[in-house]
Design a protein around this ligand. Structure first.
Ligand code: BG6
Length: 456
């Protein structure tokens, strides 16, 4: 089907959390820019009618980004709603009817992964997947075996080029900028390798808990929720080789190559934590062993990175909400005094705003050759709600542009890496909310100078 634009948008899970926070605001923005000239059909089982659904859409845009009269009016004029069970063929018969003459619908599965297979089968049986594209929300499966099975199910009715595994981190300008900055400037590439880089840390800290998503989170945990997807994607942008061209598949090949060079995680390279009070969250099992924090060490066995430790740390109820990459360079020799100067570093902040900084030492005034640490900083305030990410990714999917979506082999490689440390075989250590996780995480990075904590 290549680049033929979609002519209808269907979204499953239309009364859910994701639709409320991200999809309606993204749709309003698309409508405002005149990019939503097609029926938009919400599907869910909530016992609602179209008016209730429209009210929900209004509440959503009011709360997330604000109501834009023009854009919202346009969205309402194309909005339809089907209330039905995903296991009931009648739901899909109605869908087929509502699709009318649409030949290339885009089906967005904003639903739990356990329902993907059923919906895909029903779409096929009702004739709604012919000429269609499907957007699949993360997490894509819950381990390697289930991701492989899911890929098989999808491939039974859809071509790989029509499957869009969404990861909203790929829609973040600041995440793309890591790649862009590396390859658009000549000064960074000569030192971006094992000869100059001592170690790399990626921290995704959130200062809130599971925020009403206890039932989902307790099935997932931090590794499945953000490491297997967002953070490995970010790591790929940090570590990949320049693609030979802009071509979608050549770009995705390079990302897969990074993951292929990473050995599967070993339990001794992983620390799991759980914030105190997590077990009292609604939807969480009383004795839950699920992690709300993880710290891990991995290696990329490529010519460029062999021997450089990469540390990844992510958690809920930490002191700040920020995602940052810190690449620490090797120590310079001491020349101006006996003290070895602090190592230079590159810092990429990707949430909640964009910053690129180089840590350096400059001389302070006076006769002595003493220095002080400074940062050369480029910063940009970005939309905190990150509404563009979903807007842009949906628009890409509508035009069949896969470059910012995960390919089958990528997703399976990412699961291969984390598969051995999923579940509860590694004990969870408790940590107090508002701290940087359990003390055990510090030991992991001790030999490399400790964690570099992002500032608020
Ligand atoms: C989601 C995770 O994918 O990403 C959440 O399920 C997490 O747990 C969120 O909070 C973070 O994304 P962002 O864009 O808000 O930083």
């Amino acid at each position: 089907m290549s680049q033929t634009p979609s002519d209808a948008l269907v979204f499953f899970g239309a009364t859910g959390d994701l639709a409320h926070k991200k999809i309606f605001p993204a749709l309003q923005r698309l409508a405002k820019r005149g990019k939503l000239n097609m029926p938009v059909i919400g599907v869910a089982k909530a016992g609602w009618n179209l008016d209730q659904f429209k009210l929900r859409a209004k509440q959503s845009v009011e709360q997330y980004g604000g109501l834009d009269a023009g854009g919202f009016g346009k969205l309402l004029s194309v909005l339809k709603y089907i209330d039905g069970d995903y296991a009931d063929p009648e739901t899909f018969r109605q869908l087929r009817q509502e699709l009318e003459t649409a030949k290339h619908p885009l089906h967005y599965l904003a639903i739990p992964p356990s329902l993907f297979a059923e919906v895909v089968k029903q779409l096929d049986a009702s004739g709604s997947s012919q000429g269609a594209r499907v957007v699949v929300e993360k997490p894509f499966g819950h381990d390697l075996a289930s991701a492989q099975a899911l890929n098989q199910t999808l491939h039974a009715t859809l071509k790989e080029e029509d499957i869009f595994r969404i990861d909203h981190y790929l829609g973040k300008n600041a995440v793309q900028n890591v790649l862009f900055f590396r390859f658009a400037n000549s000064f960074i590439e000569p030192i971006w390798n094992r000869r100059y880089v001592e170690s790399v840390q990626i921290t995704m800290a959130e200062d809130f808990g599971v925020a009403g998503r206890g039932a989902f989170y307790d099935q997932a945990g931090t590794i499945r929720d953000v490491v297997q997807n967002h953070l490995l994607q970010l790591l790929s942008n940090v570590a990949m080789e320049p693609p030979p061209s802009n071509d979608v598949e050549r770009m995705r090949d390079e990302k897969v190559k990074v993951l292929r060079s990473i050995p599967a995680l070993r339990p001794e390279d992983v620390v799991r934590g759980q914030f105190m009070g997590y077990r009292n969250e609604p939807g969480v099992k009383p004795g839950s062993q699920v992690e709300t924090f993880v710290a891990l060490r991995l290696y990329i066995n490529s010519w460029r990175w062999k021997g450089v430790p990469f540390y990844i740390r992510a958690g809920k109820s930490l002191p700040v909400t920020t995602t940052e990459v810190m690449a620490k360079l090797k120590q310079p020799p001491a020349i101006f005094s006996d003290a070895i100067p602090p190592a230079n570093y590159f810092r990429f902040r990707v949430t909640p705003d964009l910053a690129i900084a180089i840590g350096a030492l400059v001389k302070i005034p006076g006769d002595d050759l003493h220095g002080e640490h400074i940062e050369l900083l480029a910063a940009e305030h970005s939309d905190p709600a990150e509404l563009q990410a979903y807007e842009e990714l949906l628009e890409d999917a509508m035009h069949g542009n896969s470059v910012r979506f995960a390919r089958q082999d990528y997703v399976e490689e990412a699961w291969r890496i984390v598969d051995p440390v999923l579940g509860n075989q590694i004990p969870v250590d408790a940590y107090a909310p508002g701290t940087w996780g359990p003390a055990e995480a510090d030991a992991l990075v001790h030999q490399d100078g400790g964690w570099l904590n992002p500032q608020p």
